[in-house]
Design a protein around this ligand. Structure first.
Ligand SMILES: *Cc1c(COP(=O)(O)O)cnc(C)c1O
Length: 364
């Protein structure tokens, strides 16, 4: 018996998350200069972080010997979200919130429902508790709420919903989600993952936080990793009923979010100029890449975030040829989408480099 055999079967069955390839790694592998590499693989903000956040991080270095105090940020978020402070939970990335929800509500002999091609962390967080994953078929790669409802079992305790979803970029109309929430058992926690909420076109904005006030079984998660540009600091948050947040706090490690992340997040929340710049850059880049893909005759899925998922013959080969040219995108074979690649919208010149490299990779 090896020591590894002592881990529960359900832990040994987990396949670890595969992150986007770091720039430093590709530079080592291909002997390329780091500065020549364009990484459009992890839905990061190409503008970096807000200058206000940067200043706040520098200032927060003084005081780093103290344990973090999340008072200021939880209060700012509560005010922003129109909820009580006791309805906010901070996470080490919103990934952390997903894990807290899984730990608080799942376990052996329970199950969680999510869609095929949904964000990989739902499976990881579910499996790690010993609960079972029930995967509902998708429709045109988007979540199919009717199929998800049909997949619910008596032992189901969580439904994971990403809107927009990653890696597909697809989006569900709010009316459909509301109908779904009201039509399922109210003892099932609906985790609505809104990592890309701030990138939604203005015409698609909707006050989903109203659901938190209305339905005690809805938990909304958001992150500072995407439009706020703080992926490396690891900070996100959950908004839910007091009862749910209380449970999450019981399984949360006491100081799960560090001082620098707290300071940066608080400073970013108010930097409307940076947020608007990021949003507009993304909208322009989206148009640029969509036009380029169209010119190459490539079909993409409806895109509502800061990335585009497109279909391409020999996706694995194309990905290899992109890497050789110093362009990193995300292959989606691990999401059961072997004919697709996902590209994050970057700066204008990065998008152009990608499109140029893609043309070479397909016709070269
Ligand atoms: C990026 C992402 C997250 C969370 O990222 P964190 O860095 O952990 O906040 C959550 N859900 C989806 C769908 C994402 O794409």
């Amino acid at each position: 018996m090896s020591i590894a055999d002592q881990s529960p079967e359900y832990i040994r069955a987990i396949s670890p998350y595969v992150p986007g390839k770091p720039i430093t790694e590709l530079a080592r592998e291909m002997g390329l200069a780091e500065a020549s590499i364009v990484k459009l693989a992890s839905n990061e903000n190409p503008l970096g972080m807000s200058p206000k956040a940067k200043a706040a991080v520098a200032a927060a270095i003084d005081g780093i010997e103290r344990y973090p105090d999340n008072f200021a940020l939880t209060h700012a978020l509560a005010e922003r979200c129109g909820v009580n402070v006791a309805q906010i939970v901070l996470g080490n990335g919103s990934n952390d919130i997903l894990e807290l929800a899984a730990r608080a509500f799942l376990g052996p002999n329970r199950s969680a429902v999510f869609s095929a091609h949904a964000f990989a962390v739902y499976q990881l967080a579910t499996t790690a508790t010993g609960a079972e994953c029930v995967v509902a078929p998708a429709k045109n790669y988007a979540h199919d709420l009717a199929a998800m409802k049909a997949a619910i079992r008596p032992d189901t305790r969580i439904v994971w919903l990403a809107n927009p979803n990653n890696p597909t970029g697809t989006f569900l109309p709010y009316g459909d989600i509301e109908d779904f929430i009201t039509s399922i058992r109210s003892d099932i926690l609906v985790v609505l993952d809104e990592a890309y909420n701030e990138y939604l076109p203005l015409s698609e904005r909707f006050d989903t936080l109203a659901w938190v006030r209305q339905f005690p079984n809805v938990l909304i998660t958001r992150t500072f990793s995407k439009i706020y540009g703080l992926a490396g600091l690891r900070i996100g948050y959950g908004v839910g009923s007091q009862a749910v947040v209380d449970l999450l706090n019981r399984v949360r490690q006491p100081f799960n979010v560090n001082n620098l992340a707290l300071a940066a997040a608080a400073a970013s929340l108010d930097d409307q100029v940076f947020l608007t710049d990021s949003f507009e850059l993304n909208a322009r880049g989206m148009a640029q890449i969509l036009a380029g893909l169209k010119k190459l005759g490539l079909e993409s899925l409806p895109a509502y975030g800061n990335f585009i998922t497109f279909k391409i013959a020999d996706a694995a080969g194309v990905n290899r040829r992109l890497l050789k040219q110093g362009v990193i995108v995300r292959p989606l074979a691990g999401y059961n989408m072997p004919d697709y690649l996902r590209v994050t919208i970057g700066l204008e010149h990065e998008n152009a480099r990608f499109l140029d490299a893609l043309e070479h990779a397909t016709h070269g």
